[in-house]
Design a protein around this ligand. Structure first.
Ligand SMILES: [Zn+2]
Ligand SMILES: [Zn+2]
Length: 389
C-alpha cells in the first residue's frame, strides 16, 4: 500500500466550513438502548462480519459479508453498537487521497460490546464496552512504539480499514455488525460516557485532544480554534476544560450561537477583519482544524511571541507564502499532529467522562449509512454523524 493510501485513514476530517443548517429531523435512539445489552456466552462460531462495503470509487455502500481476521490470544471481538463517520471515510470511499483497495468497509470510530476475548486480554471482559479508533496495530518494537507514540510508529502501523493485518488478512472497519482485532488498540469505554459520545472521540476527539495536551495547553493559555466543525467542536471543549481562554474562528455567522454553547469566550467571523484584529498578538496556540484562509501573515499576527500553530487539517494544496522574517522574529512554532496514541485515546475518553465533554452528534441507523454519508458530504452534521446498530 502506498503512502497516499495509508493517508486515507488519518484521523483528520475535512468538513467544509460552509455548513448549511439542517432542519431535517433525525432518528434518535434512547441512551439506555446504547448501554444495556446482556451477553450470556463469550464465544461465537461465526467467522464473518456483515458490513456496508464500497465496491468502487464513489459507489454506494452495499451490505455484504466478509471474513473476520483469525482469532488469537491477543484478540478482542466486538458487537458494534455504533460508529462515527469521519471525513476520512469519505475520502477513502472516493479514493480521494490515492487508490482504495475495494471492496472496503470504512468506519474508524467504533464502539461495541465485548463478545469474545483471547487469553492475554486483561483490560476487557465480556459485556464491557470497548472502542477502536483509526489505528488497530503497530510494530510495537520501534522507538516511537516503546515511547507510547504508536500513532507515529516508524515501521508498520495497521489502519482499521483499507489495510492488512500482519497475518495478511484485510482490515474491515466499523460500518458493520462486528469488529475483531488487537487488544492493544481496543479501549475500555468509561461508564459515564455514552457510546455515541465515545465513538467520535476515538478519532475526531483524540486528534484535537492529543496536541493540546502535547503542547501544554492549560490555565493561562489562549487558544484560537480554526474551524468549528467535527474536530473543532471537540477542540474548543477540550481547551476550555483544560482551563484555557478559547476563541473559535469560522466563516458561518450562525455558528456564533454554537460557539457560545460549547463554552467559547468569543467567536470570530473570519470575513470580518475588525473581529480578527481584536485578538492580534494574543494567542499562545492556534489549533487549525480547518485552514480557513491561506494567509500565514494573518495567522502570525494572531500569535503571541513563541506561539504555536498546530496543524490538524490537510488542505488539498500545499502550504506556501510563509513569511520567514515574521516567523523567526516572533519565534513561532509550526507543529503537525497525527491522530492520537493509545494512551492519548484512553486519556481523552476519561477526560471527556470527567469533564462532561460531548459529541454533538446526528444519529442514523446503520442501515441508513448511505443517507448519512450524503448528509456528511453536504456538510450538514452538527457536528458529527454517528451510525447506530
Ligand atoms: Zn477519522
Ligand atoms: Zn513502531
Amino acid at each position: 500500500m502506498n503512502s497516499f493510501a495509508k493517508l486515507t485513514v488519518l484521523g483528520l476530517t475535512s468538513f467544509r466550513p460552509h455548513v448549511v443548517r439542517s432542519t431535517v429531523k433525525l432518528p434518535r435512539l434512547t441512551a439506555a438502548s446504547l448501554f444495556q445489552r446482556n451477553y450470556t456466552t463469550g464465544t461465537t462460531d461465526n467467522e464473518n462480519l456483515s458490513g456496508w462495503a464500497c465496491f468502487e470509487k464513489g459507489g454506494p455502500l452495499i451490505k455484504s459479508g466478509f471474513p473476520l481476521t483469525k482469532f488469537g490470544d491477543d484478540s478482542v471481538e466486538l458487537d458494534i453498537i455504533c460508529c462515527g463517520i469521519c471525513g476520512t471515510d469519505i475520502h477513502c470511499i472516493d479514493s480521494g487521497w490515492g487508490p482504495t483497495n475495494y471492496p472496503m468497509v470504512a468506519g474508524h470510530e467504533i464502539v461495541g460490546h465485548v463478545t469474545r476475548v483471547g487469553k492475554n486480554v486483561k483490560h476487557l471482559k465480556l459485556g464491557d464496552r470497548a472502542g477502536v479508533g483509526c489505528q488497530c496495530g503497530s510494530c510495537k518494537k520501534c522507538t516511537n512504539c516503546h515511547d507510547k507514540k504508536e500513532n507515529i510508529c516508524e515501521d508498520c502501523a495497521v489502519w482499521t480499514f483499507n489495510d492488512y493485518w500482519d497475518n495478511g488478512d484485510k482490515t474491515y472497519g466499523g460500518f458493520a455488525d462486528k469488529w475483531r482485532g488487537d487488544k492493544d488498540f481496543a479501549f475500555k469505554i468509561p461508564v459515564k460516557l455514552s457510546s455515541v459520545d465515545a465513538s467520535s472521540i476515538l478519532c475526531g476527539g483524540v486528534s484535537t485532544f492529543a496536541p493540546l495536551k502535547r503542547y501544554g495547553v492549560g490555565a493561562g493559555s489562549k487558544i484560537a480554534v480554526l474551524g468549528l466543525g467535527g474536530l473543532g467542536h471537540f477542540g474548543v471543549q477540550w481547551a476550555k476544560a483544560m482551563g484555557a481562554e478559547v476563541v473559535a474562528y469560522d466563516v458561518v455567522p450562525e455558528k456564533a450561537k454554537d460557539a457560545k454553547l460549547l463554552g467559547c469566550d468569543d467567536y470570530v467571523l473570519v470575513q470580518n477583519p475588525k473581529e480578527a484584529e481584536a485578538h492580534y498578538n494574543s494567542f499562545t496556540h492556534i489549533l487549525a482544524t480547518k485552514i480557513l484562509n491561506k494567509n500565514w501573515d494573518e495567522y502570525f499576527k494572531m500569535l503571541k511571541k513563541n506561539g504555536t500553530f498546530i496543524v490538524c487539517d490537510i488542505p488539498e494544496i500545499p502550504f506556501s507564502g510563509i513569511n520567514a522574517l515574521e516567523m523567526v522574529a516572533k519565534q513561532i512554532n509550526i507543529a503537525g499532529t497525527f491522530i492520537g496514541a493509545p494512551n492519548d485515546i484512553e486519556e481523552s475518553l476519561s477526560f471527556a467522562a470527567e469533564n462532561g465533554i460531548r459529541t454533538w452528534a446526528n444519529e442514523f441507523p446503520m442501515s441508513q449509512v448511505n443517507e448519512a454519508i450524503k448528509y456528511v458530504r453536504e456538510g450538514k452534521p452538527k457536528y458529527r454523524a454517528v451510525l447506530v446498530n
